[in-house]
Design a protein around this ligand. Structure first.
Ligand code: BG6
Ligand code: MG
Length: 214
């Protein structure tokens, strides 16, 4: 097998935090007197915090100064952190921990490649930190997916060339970032959204290492 490292997105791949992001953004929208639906929330998946706020405000038809926007994003994040503080191991998506264990047993390196600035809190609560050889998140990169920065930095930290890396992603922008980084991309979720991925899986349940054969 050629693959020497697996890089995982966090939100939507390891844990379903989209519902907590949704609750927090909806609460902010409510405070600003407009409704924010679950369908609208699809547009925020994989998108950075400030870019998500811009989308939310465009849905509400509102505009604010940069300073006000930072305050609004902080408010949303405070609520979001309250929700994810209660996360525990039971919320790890099915099959993920088994798959991480198989990778470790077979000497394949493991990295996180996420846009989130809350990744350490989440991974700590899920008790998954020891599986990761490196954790690259929104605190370490400045360019959001589809820019490949987050995955390239992960590969660099692992000291493994891009062509030996596989990225697991649930967002279109993440698949695009993986392809730009010259890595293999495995989409987790729907065929319609993740068209550009090399392979697609529904979830990690029962997944074997032969998924890494290309
Ligand atoms: C991504 C999520 O992983 O992280 C987005 O898919 C989220 O929905 C982004 O906006 C930033 O997360 P955070 O935790 O730093 O606000
Ligand atoms: Mg994601």
């Amino acid at each position: 097998m050629n693959i020497k490292a697996c890089i995982f997105d966090l939100d939507g791949v390891i844990v379903d935090t989209a519902k907590y992001h949704y609750l927090a953004w909806k609460r902010l929208a409510k405070e600003l007197n407009f409704d924010f639906t679950e369908k609208d929330n699809e547009r925020l998946k994989g998108v950075s915090r400030m870019a998500s706020l811009d989308i939310l405000l465009s849905i509400g038809g509102l505009s604010f100064s940069e300073k006000e926007k930072i305050k609004l994003a902080e408010k949303k994040n405070k609520w979001y952190v309250e929700y994810i503080s209660k996360l525990d191991k039971n919320e790890i998506l099915p099959g993920v921990e088994d798959f991480l264990r198989k990778l470790k047993q077979n000497g394949i390196k493991i990295a996180l490649g996420s846009a989130s600035k809350n990744s350490m809190l989440i991974l700590n609560n899920l008790q998954l930190v020891p599986y990761f050889d490196t954790i690259i998140d929104g605190n370490k990169v400045s360019k959001a997916k589809p820019d490949p920065e987050v995955f390239l930095l992960a590969a660099k930290e692992l000291n493994i060339p891009s062509e030996y890396c596989v990225v697991f992603e649930d967002a279109e922008a993440g698949i695009e970032a993986a392809k730009k980084a010259n890595m293999k991309a495995i989409g987790v979720g729907s065929k319609d959204i993740l068209k550009k991925s090399d392979k697609i899986i529904d979830c990690f349940k029962g997944l074997e290492l032969n998924i890494l054969e290309f």
